[in-house]
Design a protein around this ligand. Structure first.
Ligand code: GLN
Length: 195
């Protein structure tokens, strides 16, 4: 299973390492040619405006949209990646994929406190709570009926899935726990069409 990590910004190396640990063939994705050879993609955290604009310049926005629509291409967006996947965003965010039926508030948690950690129970992730690290995290303030919430922090959805699209407002690559990467690799293996 060959899975890509968008290598524009963020913890690219950590995501690649986690993917390798769960048995995937992990590669960096920077260009359309790279994208063509992966069966799923992780978009790491960072600055969503910058990542979106650079993706646009490379033609990656259009190519990913097409693959998601045509073949249910699995994409996992963490933090800034969540903002890029959200259909609607509060706060400026010019270039985005806008695929997932959620509304994200860009720096909502960041306005309260820059970063925090929490132990979360995640649907479909066995073996006890997952230690989640939030950094200037976006908040999911609304989810569509076709979106399945997978984890909550203080009654707010912080991880969710819609078909083969996965988002989390926290960074799963910042601890040694590889269970969320394993969950995504499983999703790639099953490839559910996104409605
Ligand atoms: N809030 C940031 C943004 O708007 C995302 C922060 C992160 O990815 N750690 O891009």
């Amino acid at each position: 299973m060959r899975i890509g990590v968008l290598a524009i910004q963020g913890d690219v190396r950590e995501h690649l390492q986690h993917l390798v640990q769960v048995g995937a063939d992990a590669v960096s994705v920077r260009t359309l040619a790279d994208l063509a050879y992966v069966e799923g993609l992780i978009i790491p955290g960072g600055e969503s405006t910058t990542i979106g604009m650079l993706m646009q310049e490379e033609g990656l926005i259009g190519a990913i949209l097409q693959r998601v629509t045509n073949e249910g291409f699995p994409v996992y967006g963490t933090c800034a990646g969540l903002i890029l996947l959200a259909k609607d965003v509060i706060g400026k965010s010019p270039a985005r994929l806008g695929l997932m039926d959620i509304v994200a508030d860009r720096n909502a948690y960041g306005r309260q406190v820059a970063s925090f950690e929490a132990d979360l129970d995640i649907v479909g992730v066995e073996g006890g709570p997952f230690h989640a690290v939030f950094i200037r995290a976006p908040q999911i303030i609304a989810v569509g009926t076709n979106v399945i919430p997978l984890a909550y922090y203080r009654d707010q959805v912080v991880m969710a899935r819609q078909g083969s699209l996965l988002v989390s407002s926290f960074h799963p690559e910042m601890t040694k726990d590889t269970r969320i990467h394993h969950y995504f690799v499983d999703l790639v293996a099953r490839r559910v069409m996104t409605s």
